[in-house]
Design a protein around this ligand. Structure first.
Ligand code: ZN
Length: 214
């Protein structure tokens, strides 16, 4: 029998695979064939060296990788900022709405308006002003209502400002009464900003974190 099957068996034994022959037959051949015995020794040596050789050094990139990571997920900071601005706007609307209601409610209940207005005129302006307060508070509670509320609030503010300025110039209105209208103007501006932010969010493509900001 030629030597090659025995050398294949030696190689298989080193690799932990089936020898393809009885182990006793291999041992017997290695005992009588010095060439194969020497070949088996060399093969065992090469195999051992290959297994014991140190792994090639790999640079430790942990610090570099950690340093390269973004501090926050993309979009997280803008989303958090947008939430904060939205909350501040709603709180401001709440304050303006409560103040507006505080002015309107007594006039509506008592029928005694400023500047000695007839009772029904006082009731009517009281109802108007309370409706404005209700609209502001509704937008504070549900910012999605801003665009709808803006139609009435915006046009009321746009109409009221020039006529109030004209009345002030002509002495038809006291300054404190005119200043009270600033609440309406501030509320209308806040509602306009909320409506603008809502429309911008609907138009912009989805970005990471956008869902959180909604
Ligand atoms: Zn041999």
């Amino acid at each position: 029998m030629p030597c090659s099957p025995y050398r294949e068996a030696v190689s298989a034994r080193l690799d932990g695979e089936p020898l393809g022959m009885p182990a006793r037959a291999l041992e017997d051949h290695l005992g009588v064939c010095s060439a194969c015995a020497a070949w088996a020794d060399r093969a065992a040596l090469v195999t051992r060296r290959a297994r014991l050789a140190a792994a090639p050094p790999v640079p430790d990139l942990t610090a570099d990788v950690l340093a390269a990571l973004p501090r926050e997920l993309p979009g997280a900071a803008p989303a958090a900022r947008a939430r904060l601005v939205g909350t501040a706007l709603r709180f401001a609307l709440l304050v303006v709405g409560v103040a507006q209601a505080g002015i309107a409610w007594p006039v509506l209940v008592t029928g005694v308006g400023a500047m000695s207005a007839p009772a029904h005129m006082a009731h009517e302006t009281g109802a108007w002003n309370l409706a404005v307060a209700a609209a502001l508070l509704a937008v504070a509670a549900r910012p999605g209502l801003a665009a709808g509320a803006l139609t009435a609030l915006g046009s009321l503010a746009v109409l009221l400002v020039p006529v109030t300025l004209a009345d002030l110039g002509a002495g038809h209105v006291h300054l404190d009464r005119a200043v009270a209208h600033l609440l309406l103007v501030a509320g209308a501006l806040l509602v306009a900003v909320v409506a603008w932010r809502g429309s911008r969010r609907r138009l912009s493509p989805a970005v990471p974190g956008r869902r959180l900001a909604a």
